[in-house]
Design a protein around this ligand. Structure first.
Ligand code: BES
Ligand code: ZN
Ligand code: ZN
Length: 503
């Protein structure tokens, strides 16, 4: 993405498509010079009241005569500037790119000069995010990049190169575009990892991706394999991996942007690269979606990339336990008891409740750093989809202040979550007749009992858990996303880290 400075003359911008964001509470007469370029048609639309800058108003016009300036101008209403939300601008950035795709133009510029002199830096960040997020697509496995998507009859449009024009940009705006770009491209990276099928994103391949991410973000990386896990007594993580020919991996990315020895914050993501359920096998229908069971891990890998690239002034650790959950002759069976790193024995009632097992050892490993806080995210329970559907993740934790921070970050990123309680009373559902605890708590409150289980492994470190089973992929209602994997909650995690680091 480019950021261009212009002295305030959008009619001189050379581009196949200029998208002009027009508010409804500013005089539209400012648009008249641009309207002249298109033979005055916009002026008619304004005087007739057809175009008023309301958020649904849009108007496409073509350059009439002349060889300079934009070939097409899309006037896009954004409603009143006075209560302009970041989400509206993220949407606007996405709609602009979708329009470019529809028109099959390969580049576009968005002009923000009419938003007024008070152009808020966070607005430009939101537009940048919307543009970068909307230009993501997953085509690394197609032999012909112009082939159809398989659904529509239309040919696939070319990738769109996006540019932002503000008049005149200052250092703060340039910095905000850099942040928006870093956040959104990190989330795009997470989406690509999610989209990758299980045979191309197994634990070793995710670890190889972590090597590349460490290089790109200037991060330190350690990868634990089965031997290191044995010597770390990570019996819960190893128990899940037993049923597969693929070895598990624990990815440990660190960014040392804070003072040496200052307690880090730790991000932990479930990296289950394919969840067949193990011996408690899942039904065949829809099982292919379980390649997305590493979505939490993908979000953490993406977040670490942005944290490294932006040189965040804080110590941040990213842990991703990676395993497959398959079944063979050595697979863990219902009724087996396994021994976690924390020293607690676990009776495995259902091998499909594997996420909490791999997280148990990863969370306990995180406590070795005496962190300031731990936040984990995981496609953990089907019960969460029943409780909250596809519009909000669940958030639970042992520290109300941390949960509030996560909720605020979620709202800023427009990746909303909602709290569920974590009372001691639920813990009894995990009582085992033979071990310290069992890995399932029955049907009632499945998301809560899963979080209860995790809470047993974080000691007294402030910790919050996001259950993203209903939100990490699926149909979208946002212009800047596509149906399928959406990278969530990568930007949520980044907004939280940013609030902690104060940038
Ligand atoms: N990965 C699944 C949870 C999931 C379900 C994610 C649907 C996305 C969509 C998890 O490992 C799982 O299978 N959980 C079980 C737990 C149960 C056995 C206690 C579930 O939710 O059914
Ligand atoms: Zn499972
Ligand atoms: Zn799972």
């Amino acid at each position: 993405m480019r950021l261009e400075s212009d002295t305030g003359a959008p009619e001189r911008i050379e581009t196949p498509l200029l998208v002009v964001l027009a508010p409804s509470d500013r005089p539209l007469t400012e648009l008249v010079p641009l309207s002249r370029l298109t033979g005055g048609v916009l002026s008619h639309a304004i005087s007739s009241g057809d175009f008023r800058g309301r958020s649904r108003d849009r108007f496409l016009a073509y350059r009439r005569g002349g060889k300079r300036g934009p070939e097409r101008i899309l006037f896009q209403g954004i409603g009143p500037v006075d209560d302009l939300a970041d989400a509206t601008l993220r949407e606007a950035g996405g709609r602009a790119v979708r329009e470019a795709e529809r028109l099959h133009v390969s580049s576009l510029a968005i002009y923000l000069g009419y938003l007024g002199r008070e152009l808020a830096p966070r607005w430009i960040e939101a537009v940048a995010e919307g543009m970068v997020l909307s230009s993501w697509r997953y085509d690394e496995l197609r032999s012909r990049l112009d082939a159809g998507s398989g659904e529509g009859e239309e040919e696939r449009p070319p990738p769109v190169e996006v540019g932002l024009v503000v008049a005149p940009p200052d250092a703060e705006l340039v910095g905000r575009v850099r942040i928006g770009h870093a956040f959104a491209s990190a989330e795009n990276r997470a989406r690509t990892l999610q989209a990758r099928p299980g045979n191309l994103a197994n634990p070793s391949q995710l670890a190889a991706e972590a090597v590349r991410i460490a290089g790109e973000g200037g991060l330190d990386l350690e990868v634990l394999g089965p031997e290191e896990m044995e010597s770390q007594a990570m019996g819960a993580l190893l128990a899940v991996a037993r049923g597969s020919d693929e070895e598990p991996r624990l990815i440990v990315l660190s960014h040392n942007g804070g003072e040496a020895g200052a307690p880090p914050v730790v991000l932990v993501g479930k990296g289950l690269t394919f969840d067949a359920g193990g011996i408690s096998i899942k039904p065949a229908r829809g099982m292919e979606k379980m390649k997305y069971d590493m979505s939490g891990g993908a979000a953490v890998l993406g977040a670490m990339l942005a944290i490294g690239r932006l040189g965040v002034g804080m110590n941040v650790l990213g842990l991703v336990p990676c395993s497959e959950n398959l079944l063979n002759g050595s697979a863990t069976k219902p009724g087996d008891v396994v021994f976690s790193r924390a020293g607690k024995s676990i009776e495995v009632i259902n091998t499909d409740a594997e996420g909490r097992l791999i997280l148990a050892d990863a969370l306990h490993y995180a406590t070795d750093w005496s962190p300031a806080a731990i936040v984990d995210c995981a496609t953990l329970t089907g019960a969460c989809v029943v409780a909250l559907g596809h519009h909000r993740s669940a958030v639970l934790g042992n520290d109300d202040e941390l949960v509030s921070e996560i909720r605020a970050a979620a709202d800023r990123a427009d990746q909303p979550c909602w709290p569920l309680p974590l009372d001691d009373a639920y813990r009894r559902q995990l009582d085992s007749t033979v071990a310290d605890l069992r890995n399932v708590g029955g049907r009632p409150a499945g998301t809560i009992t899963a979080a209860c289980f995790l809470s047993e492994f974080v000691g007294d470190v402030p910790w919050a858990h996001l259950d993203i089973a209903g939100t990490a992929y699926g149909k979208t209602t946002r212009s800047y996303l596509r149906d399928g994997p959406n990278g969530s909650p990568c930007r949520l995690l980044l907004e939280w880290v940013r609030a902690r680091a104060g940038f």
